[in-house]
Design a protein around this ligand. Structure first.
Ligand code: ZN
Length: 200
């Protein structure tokens, strides 16, 4: 028996999710239609609601329901510091440290030539304009320490330095509670290179 065309297109649509191949898309579709039609309705409603409500913050580019997000509107944050992260999840991680009170710019991706994502696709001109607005004193690059995150950091720092913006990069090092014996050699080497003098 052929798969009904509406089921086919549901399976096809589910494949847009990261890490979902044809098999799991099929499993999800059958599960929703066979065992959880209420869940399917909730999912469909929530998707539509999010699509209608969410947009990018005009200042930091994260997802928000307002023109400018709450964080960017806050007067209690240090507007002279701008931290660049890859995703909103990374921004939340930075917030959880309680060690940073500046503002953010969310790239919503990373430079990845293999996937056809270059500076233009990331709208880096908006980040550049923001960094040169006269209020920002330092841009802290907090992209991931992956090949693509590193390439992005390199590109950003070159772009910003050429405009006279002061740029820094979050350091790599030994994890909190980590014992040297269990740290990989690359991390240890980096921690050594990025050592700093102890306060007297
Ligand atoms: Zn914002």
């Amino acid at each position: 028996m052929a798969t009904p065309s509406s089921l086919e297109s549901l399976i096809e649509a589910l494949r847009c999710l990261p890490g979902v191949g044809p098999k799991s898309a099929q499993r999800m579709a059958y599960h929703l239609m066979q065992h959880d039609r209420t869940g399917a309705e909730r999912l469909s409603g929530a998707l539509q609601l999010a699509l209608d409500a969410l947009r990018h913050c005009q200042r930091c580019n994260t997802l928000t329901e307002a023109e400018i997000c709450d964080r960017c509107q806050s007067t209690r944050r240090d507007a002279s510091l701008l931290c660049v992260v890859e995703t909103p999840v990374d921004m939340n991680m930075m917030e959880q440290t309680h060690a940073y009170s500046g503002l953010y710019y969310v790239l919503m991706g990373r430079v990845s030539p293999l996937d056809g994502i270059g500076p233009r696709e990331l709208h880096l001109d908006r980040l550049l304009a923001r960094s040169c607005d006269g209020v920002v004193r330092e841009v802290i690059i907090a992209t991931n320490y992956t090949n693509e995150g590193e390439a992005t950091a390199h590109y950003l720092s070159e772009m910003l330095k050429s405009r006279g913006v002061s740029v820094s990069r979050i350091a790599r090092g030994v994890p909190v509670g980590g014992e040297l014996e269990y740290v990989d050699a690359g991390t240890l080497a980096q921690a050594l290179r990025e050592r700093r003098p102890l306060a007297p």
